[in-house]
Design a protein around this ligand. Sequence first.
Ligand code: PMP
Ligand code: GLN
Length: 382
Amino acid sequence: MRYPTSKLPHIGLTIFSQMSALAAEYQAINLSQGFPDFDGPAELLNAAGKHIQAGANQYAPMSGLATLRDAIADKVQRCYQRKLSPDTEITITSGATEAIFAAISAVVSSGDEVIVFDPAYDSYEPAIRLNGATSVHIALVPPAFEIDWQQVEAAITPRTRMIIINSPHNPTGTTLTEYDLARLAAILQDTDIVLLSDEVYEHIIFDGAKHMSVNRHAELAERSFIISSFGKTYHVTGWKIGYCVAPKSLTKELQKVHQYLTFSSATPLQAAIAEFMVAHPEYEQQLGGFYQQKRNFLNQALAASPFDLTPSAGTYFQLLDYRNVSDLTDLDFVSWLLENVGVAAIPLSPFYKGGYQTGFIRLCFAKGEATLSEATERLCKI
Ligand code: PMP
Ligand code: GLN
């Protein structure tokens, strides 16, 4: 038979999977794909086992366990002073990835345009394309990687259906400010554009800064899917439990997709997270400090390296400016690092339309000190 032509002809294996596989092949220190090399809290892990043993092994409700939706509503109230209805405004999903796909599929149609900021997390574009829409790319340029709001205003057309923001931002580690949200709200005011706010690193923010969640901005929140992931907050990326907060009418549309994409997400893991959240409502407050220490450790250790660094403002990623070291493209440079230095990193160009070369690469610092020590020693020898 003749197989159908690819719906995603330009999409290959993600750069995260590629780099992690190469790191294993070369036995390099893997600071590429973003995941912690340590476990989440023992109490959380034990709770998952306990719920499996206790029989929480059948389908969860489509929108998620009520206990978990209640715990999320409490958290959003505590952190951002927004009152949510757990029944109509919260959906538990199989990771933020599913929430992103479901949100885009729920409202983006053929012929629509979706504005994304490059470097853009890699799951946005395929979801936009599979729904027959086109992505309109606005490049964030080094060294500040800030959004130019005038450019956003100019990019809006009658076809613009959605804008996707991500703060704290993967891969640059930058964060949006109150000013950014105010500018965005002013631009969107008289439009029907939906906002997707990817806030999976909401609790990983440094130097005493406050995360500017869209939950804090009533006007924007009214038109937004706000997406987060427990994988980041509780160091359990493999659990793939995330959630989406949205007004009732958007939630209703999101759930129409979610119920046929996965229907529901792992019951015992939801039960364990809910139990842990209720027992430790303060947990997320120490997360910024925990990762800030790792960021500082990495930055201090790399002070003696030939790389230029501006400390990351959030996420567990740090950018390195390698232009003093090499004039290779970032893809060639990460290959060189892997083979000659034994450290795996992530290039930025795969996250830019047209493969724009920034001269920066990304390191993940969600690792134990011994790993970070060994990696930075190797990088300092360059
Ligand atoms: N958005 C961003 C910006 C991410 O970095 C990630 C995961 N690293 C996701 C979404 C997906 O999260 P999850 O693993 O919960 O699907
Ligand atoms: N989001 C993780 C990162 O940025 C990777 C997730 C994945 O591999 N799909 O590295």
